[in-house]
Design a protein around this ligand. Structure first.
Ligand code: ADP
Ligand code: MG
Length: 377
């Protein structure tokens, strides 16, 4: 999934015709001050951290400024923040508007309904999860007609809009739907959609692009801001590497075995922290690279679970042993291995010679690694 930063989402809003305030993104306090002084950002303005986490308003990551020097100060302060674990590198400056009401409007892909759903609520401006279920109206959208007149009128009623404001909602809904479809989004959210005088204005954007449509959108390949630095390196090396919150590293081959391994560890109370899918690779060089990357994530223990089908156990083991020798002392970790299948005996022998025992039983090996990582339940 590709989550777009607010300013990128707003660029799409502009392109498709959802009204947004005048603004621009800056990457330093000086740049911010110049933008305000030159009038390319209207004053007073809002200064917003461009991080992917929500709740910036409440968390001090949205500030206001009245002059170029205040923009400098606010931008500097926000650029110095680490917001919910994410370093702020970009700041959006945009004109401050006088908000009448804050509404919520979104189109999301509902996987259980297998349908896009139009969501509307008169209680916008707060995180939607905190709004009572009954206060969010959900209308499944048939993709062929798209959003119909009936659905638009019902949304207007939910939002409490009538007259000119209801008329303004129509093109916004059309634009949102066009964006949702053409960009292959799984979520397009405006929260808040603000009533400003006689007009509607999108003050925030949340756009998530569907991963499976990536081949249709090469333009998004470069802006996966949700990757960790190690995941970024892995992507460049074409290694399937994912970082989670836990402390056990998992190296397996094939998505199925990798997921099953994570399930078994969770079942035993272990917390998988990083996993690496070797896929069909048994190229020792690639295995070494992958293993070194794993070591950099500093797991408490690593579980190597390999099934040699196409992959040969002995070449995987060779790559692994080569890699183990290169891991710096500080990044060393206990390793539990389970290798089965093609050239199993040779693989086990290579590991044994390097001091790693292969435990053939899945449950026993998983228990061993959970214990080595500091225990489960
Ligand atoms: P988040 O959802 O991360 O809290 P928002 O972009 O929704 O961030 O901003 C939080 C709040 O800040 C909004 O609900 C709104 O009240 C206020 N706000 C945001 N942009 C503007 C703006 N351009 N003018 C005035 N107020 C704004
Ligand atoms: Mg918001």
């Amino acid at each position: 999934m590709v989550k777009l930063a607010e300013w990128r989402g707003k660029e799409l809003f502009r392109k498709y015709g959802v009204p947004v305030p005048t603004g621009r993104v800056v990457r330093s306090a000086e740049e911010g001050e110049r933008a305000a002084a030159s009038g390319s950002v209207p004053l007073p303005c809002v200064v917003k951290a461009q991080v992917l986490a929500g709740g910036r308003g409440k968390g001090g990551a949205v500030r206001f400024a009245n002059s170029p020097s205040e923009v400098h100060a606010a931008t500097a302060a926000i650029l110095g923040l680490e917001f919910k674990g994410e370093k702020v590198r970009e700041v959006l400056l945009e004109g401050k508007v006088a908000i009448g009401r804050e509404l919520y409007l979104a189109i999301a892909l509902d996987r259980s309904l297998r349908s896009p759903v139009l969501m509307a609520s008169a209680e916008g401006g707060v995180e939607i999860e905190t709004v009572a279920d009954g206060a969010v109206d959900r209308q499944p959208i048939d993709p062929f007609p798209g959003i119909t007149g009936f659905e638009r009128r019902r949304a207007a009623r939910t939002l409490g809009l009538s007259g000119g404001l209801a008329n303004e909602l129509d093109p916004i809904l059309r634009a949102l739907w066009a964006l949702f479809q053409a960009e292959d989004a799984e979520l397009v959210e405006i929260n808040p959609l603000a009533v400003v005088g006689d007009h509607l204005l999108a003050l925030d954007s949340k756009v998530i692009i569907e991963d499976d449509a990536g081949f249709r959108h090469p333009e998004y390949a470069e802006i996966r801001d949700d990757r960790t630095p190690l995941e970024e390196i892995a992507r460049e090396k074409e290694i399937a590497f994912v970082q989670l919150d836990g402390n056990i590293g998992v190296i397996a081959n094939g998505a199925g075995l990798t997921m099953a391994t994570l399930d078994v560890l969770m079942e035993l109370g272990g917390k998988p922290g990083v996993f690496l899918d070797l896929g069909g690779t048994d190229d020792p060089k690639k295995v070494t690279e992958a293993f070194l990357l794993m070591a950099e994530a500093r797991p408490n223990a690593v579980f190597l679970n390999i099934f040699g089908g196409v992959t040969r156990c002995d070449t995987v083991a060779t790559g692994l042993v080569a890699a183990m020798r290169q891991v710096p002392e500080a990044n060393r970790f206990p390793l539990v291995a389970r290798i089965r299948g093609n050239n199993e005996k040779e693989g086990i022998e290579i590991l044994r010679a390097a001091g790693v025992t292969s435990v053939p039983d899945l449950r026993a090996s998983a228990e061993a690694v959970v214990a080595a990582a500091g225990g489960g339940r």
